[in-house]
Design a protein around this ligand. Structure first.
Ligand SMILES: *Cc1c(COP(=O)(O)O)cnc(C)c1O
Length: 422
């Protein structure tokens, strides 16, 4: 199956496009730094998940924290997706973008407040993924006050090692996430009879940017064993939530997304053979990362000793992944020019040595005024942006079937100063 690559050079002129839309034209309309997303690619990725699990009852609950733009949530909801949220704020995003999808929301996160729980109970969400015994008590107390039965899944920690960056690995006993799977059986037994709680399922999430299917299979085997033990004890769970975490190739020339999803689906379904309840999936990055690019303008090319610095008008406040996780993003010129490839550091103007996008990187020739695109920036990009250095956050554009539309205007200094009192 041939899959589209959203950012490609147009022939014969050779300028970088999103689908059929030239990035240069978008920059003329909306300025830089600019996030550009391909709606077509996001829809295609959701379709891959839905097809891979089509043989069984399932629901893809997109992890909102990867990219929470309202227009993207709406796009996914219209194609049947549910949502995995981690805060009351994300719940309000779903309500605004697609109120009909509130019943397809699962609420994860290690520290839910009473106010957030109340909001979610009132919204009638699908289930709470509960991460501690104390949270179970809190959920029961809030449900009782609201005279509504709350559906819960325990997020268990399967103690599976997933090879990824330590900041985004979550499935080991030493991590703050979830409940030790060895404790879960006793907890379900203790709480299953509670009048205000309904034991709906069990959930896991072992980490992010995981490239191999093996740890997903291993986690699911442990979860399935727990579900069988519960069934034997008379507690029949309706759903298993496999979490998110499927990774992409940030070096990405030969990435076969369809094959990756199929491999992942095979590992998960193999481990769940015999379980005929509902399967929930929470992909975030996999659906949106490669659909997005951050377009920036080169301000200066500065030589200092043996180093060459390409200074762009985008910075770590716009895309923090390289600084935070030593993440790699491919950087390409929007309009290639002739000349030699140089080894450079690509950096932003923020006053931190950590403000870099690439170090000692072979970069095609660029001059001040040129545009560059940081690829695969659709996940954990804009959502982690900040106003550090009193910088205004970028605008965002969504390209759908050859048409581009602004989905978030560039911030103004008035937006930024509005909450402050002198
Ligand atoms: C972050 C997160 C996800 C999504 O992870 P990706 O790596 O973006 O797929 C899914 N579920 C939970 C509970 C999460 O915290």
């Amino acid at each position: 199956m041939a899959l589209s690559r959203p950012f490609q050079y147009a022939q014969p002129k050779g300028a970088l496009c999103c689908g059929s839309v030239a990035l240069e034209g978008l920059v003329r309309r909306f300025g830089t730094p600019l996030y550009v997303y391909s709606a077509d690619q996001i829809v295609e990725r959701l379709g891959l998940f839905q097809q891979a699990f089509a043989g069984r009852e399932h629901l893809v609950c997109y992890a909102v924290k990867a990219n929470s733009a309202l227009a993207i949530l709406k796009l996914l909801a219209a194609r049947g997706a549910g949502f995995d949220i981690v805060s009351g704020g994300e719940l309000e995003r779903v309500r605004k973008a697609a109120p009909e999808a509130l019943s397809r929301v699962v609420f994860s996160g290690v520290g839910k407040t009473a106010a957030e729980i109340d909001l979610a109970i009132a919204a009638g969400i699908l289930e709470f993924n509960v991460e501690s015994e104390a949270e179970l008590e809190l959920l029961a107390a809030r449900a009782r006050r609201m005279k509504t039965r709350a559906r819960f899944a325990l997020r268990v920690n399967p103690d599976v090692f997933a090879e990824t960056h330590p900041y985004i690995s979550t499935g080991l006993r030493e991590h703050k996430f979830g409940i030790d799977i060895r404790r879960a059986l006793a907890l379900y037994k203790q709480w299953a009879g509670n009048r205000w709680l309904q034991a709906q399922g069990v959930s896991v999430h072992i980490g992010s940017q995981i490239r191999s299917a093996d740890p997903f299979g291993a986690a699911m085997e442990r979860v399935h064993k727990l579900v069988r033990q519960l069934a034997a004890a008379g507690i029949a769970l309706r759903s298993i939530d496999a979490g998110g975490g499927l990774g992409i190739d940030y070096h990405g020339c030969s990435f076969d997304a369809a094959a990756k999803v199929d491999e992942y689906a095979a590992a998960v379904q193999q481990a769940l053979k015999g379980f005929d309840g509902m399967l929930l999936l929470e992909p975030g990055r996999f659906l949106v990362a490669q659909a997005g690019a951050l377009v920036a303008r080169v301000l200066q090319v500065k030589r200092s000793g043996s180093k060459t610095f390409v200074i762009t008008d985008a910075a770590m406040n716009d895309l923090i992944r390289p600084a935070l996780y030593q993440a790699h993003h491919e950087i390409v010129p929007v309009t290639p020019r002739r000349g030699r490839v140089r080894v450079v550091d690509v950096v932003g103007p923020v006053c931190e040595s950590g403000d870099f996008f690439a170090r000692d990187r072979k970069l095609a020739p660029v001059e001040p005024g040129d545009l560059v695109a940081l690829l695969d920036a659709g996940a954990y990009g804009m959502v982690q942006s900040s106003n550090y250095n009193t910088r205004l956050r970028p605008a965002e554009v969504l390209v759908e079937r050859g048409k581009a539309r602004l989905i978030r205007r560039r911030e103004t200094i008035e937006d930024l100063l509005a909450p402050e009192l002198v």
